[in-house]
Design a protein around this ligand. Structure first.
Ligand code: WT7
Length: 645
């Protein structure tokens, strides 16, 4: 078998805009050549015999057909063979100053033990396994153990409620769930096992729950179903054969919010995803062999999958797993970790930067941050003020800032500057990555060819990292991404392409909110509110929020005859309801009780109006003549909105 034991040697070096343009042109003009070269950064059991195969009718996409490989082998074994003592994982624990370093050799042994455990509980190739865990090494072991034996992991962010977890377990048909007795997040303890117990209560589907022990707290164990992970891992060997997967075999499912209905199980496959994650990781972060890559994302999100686990480990890079919060116990923590682990890249979200910035520059004084070369941002538009602070204060003007635009569905970065190469523009994600052919369309579906235009951001052709389907619902996949502008992948975002051809992503144009870099459907929050006894109907809109980027504002219509003691008390109950149904991230920031919602005659809620009113705008509300009940406007405009942040 051919080993690509030095993956970095196979990634292109981009040192100038000229290099970027040459390679970008090649990636579009000779995609076969470009993408088959890129596949050489992976170790294949059988090399692929083609690059891309797309059926546009069904939007069925296949990359690297004929190839066989294993994600865990690429992320772990090949490095364990060539540089066993290199640190794979630096675990920055919740307790200040506490770290644990795990070598590639140790990583391999732990992953194998856990893979053997999964097999002993009946997990086979193609089975889905749910991971509802804190940011602890066992979560990384579990993802890689699934990959090793060909099982499909579905990581559910450990801030989601029992109800959300149950929905995701059921949708993916997971028979095995991994969790921990509890999670430590800053000063809080989150009773994960307890939440899992609620989520799987009465579900015969789930026959096994494996519980990592993060703390000493005692939790009830359900005989026959629950086992402590350390105990069962002790019983198994530290070697386990890898399952050679077809390039298009599923690697993982990750749930994300859509504009309507239940969460979408975004499915990524093996070959294309890994090529794209590793390539973008190497190029976007200007990767060098001894780098320490520090991405603060939770593994419950795609950024954690691609740029904490798969990208870095496939490239043989030391990666940091952050258990704590960036500002625990105070806002100097994240910078102290940078110094302690000697991080060369930092990858975080604008919302975190804004809150650290608000804490004041004094918190930067306990660290030097001199090891940092690349400062990256993702998840939401970065405001120029936060960009400048990141560049001038955090990086002392010496590190390059890259604003990376992408999505759960894209697998890896789509639009980004390249560090020390692309001229910086605070607030712009600038240029498409290799192989990504962008198009900006107006609402009528015309492609806007010129520069200096605004419209809907689409991608014209497939790229290896793209999602292949929504688990169990390919029709929804087609309708969500390929129907609005037939034949093109629609991101759901609006953008401006400026006179230099640089992209400025302006935010979602559908009913999806981006709250602190997390995606939430307005429909999800509305249905959570409507589950409350007092609520007849609810409408949710996004409002500007200084730290979160977007805050949630809810208009609620009460059921006839409902009485409440005070509005504050009712709001408290509604917040609790949303936390219970979705999780704390979806808690509304403001409420207003109204007698009815503004709707068109066909019954569609006019969110445009509600959004403006929630933002305090009372003029330029646009056309209100299509309202079914125009008199409602008087009520809506009556009093200024309270509680808006
Ligand atoms: C949505 C995707 C970045 C992966 C993690 C989030 C918004 C993401 C940017 C950016 C402006 C951005 C978009 C996108 N978004 N990055 N650099 N500039 N907006 O993945 O949860 O799937 O969210 O986040 O609205 O559609 P996600």
């Amino acid at each position: 078998m051919k080993f690509a034991d030095e993956p970095l040697a196979y990634h292109p070096k981009v040192r100038s805009m000229e290099d970027y343009e040459t390679l970008y042109r090649q990636s579009l003009e000779e995609p076969e050549v470009f993408w088959s070269e890129r596949a050489r950064a992976l170790s294949w059991f059988y090399p692929p015999h083609s690059t891309m195969d797309v059926d546009p009718e069904s939007t069925d996409v296949a990359w690297y057909s004929g190839g066989r490989l294993n994600a865990c082998f690429n992320a772990v074994d090949r490095h364990a063979a060539h540089r066993p003592n290199k640190i794979a994982l630096v675990w920055a624990k919740n307790e200040p100053g506490a770290y644990e370093r795990i070598s590639f050799r140790k990583l391999k042994h732990e992953v194998c033990r856990l893979a053997n455990v999964l097999k002993s509980f009946g997990v086979r190739k193609g089975d889905r396994v749910c991971l509802y865990m804190p940011m602890i090494p066992e979560l990384v072991y579990a993802m890689l153990a699934c990959a090793r034996i060909g099982a499909v992991h579905s990581v559910v962010f450990a801030g989601f409620s029992a109800e959300s977890l149950r929905e995701r377990i059921l949708d993916a048909g997971c028979e095995v769930v991994l969790t921990a007795n509890e999670a430590l997040r800053g000063a809080k303890r989150i009773p994960l096992k307890h939440i899992v117990d609620d989520a799987v209560e009465g579900l015969s589907l789930v026959h096994t729950v494996l519980v990592a022990r993060r703390t000493d707290v005692q939790v009830p164990m359900h005989a026959g179903r629950d086992h402590f992970l350390d105990e069962v891992m002790d019983k198994h060997r530290s070697t386990c054969p890898v399952e050679w997967m077809a390039a298009e075999d599923p690697l993982f499912i990750l749930y994300t919010s859509g504009s309507t209905g239940k969460p979408k199980g975004v499915l990524h496959t093996t070959g294309g995803y890994l090529v794209y994650a590793a390539l973008t990781h190497a190029v976007v972060f200007d990767l060098r062999p001894d780098d320490v890559h520090f991405c603060t994302a939770d593994l419950g999100w795609i950024t954690g999958h691609s740029y904490v686990v798969y990208g870095p480990l496939v490239n043989g890079t030391t990666t940091v797993l952050l258990e704590t919060l960036p500002n625990y116990p105070d806002a100097s923590r994240i910078w102290e970790i940078v110094d302690d682990v000697k991080a060369t890249q930092l990858y975080t979200a604008p919302t975190a930067l804004r809150s650290l910035m608000a804490a004041g520059d004094a918190y930067l004084e306990t660290s030097s941050r001199d090891t940092l070369r690349v400062l990256a941002s993702a998840g939401e538009p970065i405001n120029p003020e936060a960009w400048r602070w990141y560049h001038d204060q955090v990086g002392k003007g010496r590190a390059a800032v890259v604003d990376t635009f992408w999505q759960t569905e894209t697998g890896g970065v789509l639009v980004t500057p390249l560090p020390f190469v692309t001229p910086a523009k605070p607030g712009s994600a600038t240029k498409p990555f290799f192989g990504v052919e962008l198009a900006v369309l107006d609402d009528q579906g015309h492609i806007l060819d010129k520069d200096g235009v605004s419209g809907n951001l689409c991608v014209k052709r497939s790229w290896p990292g793209q999602a292949r389907t929504l688990y169990g619902d390919h029709r929804r996949f087609r309708e969500t991404y390929y129907a609005r502008f037939p034949g093109l992948y629609f991101t759901g975002d609006g953008c401006l392409r400026d006179e230099d051809g640089d992209i400025w992503v302006t935010g979602r144009v559908d009913d999806v909110l981006n709250v602190s870099g997390h995606r939430l459907g307005t429909a999800e929050v509305e249905s959570a509110l409507s589950e409350h006894d007092a609520i007849a109907e609810a409408a949710v809109v996004g409002i500007p929020h200084a730290i979160k980027g977007t805050g949630i504002f809810a208009y609620v219509v009460l059921r006839p005859g409902v009485s409440y003691r005070s509005e504050i008390e009712l709001q408290g109950a509604l917040k609790e309801q949303v936390r219970h149904a979705i999780g704390p991230i979806a808690t509304p920031d403001g409420f207003r009780i109204v007698s009815a919602l503004p709707k068109t005659r066909s019954g569609k809620i006019m969110r445009r109006i509600l959004r403006k009113i929630a933002c305090g705008e009372t003029e330029n509300l646009g056309d209100t003549t299509t309202l079914a009940d125009p008199t409602l406007m008087d009520e809506l405009l009556e009093k200024p909105v309270e509680g808006a942040a």
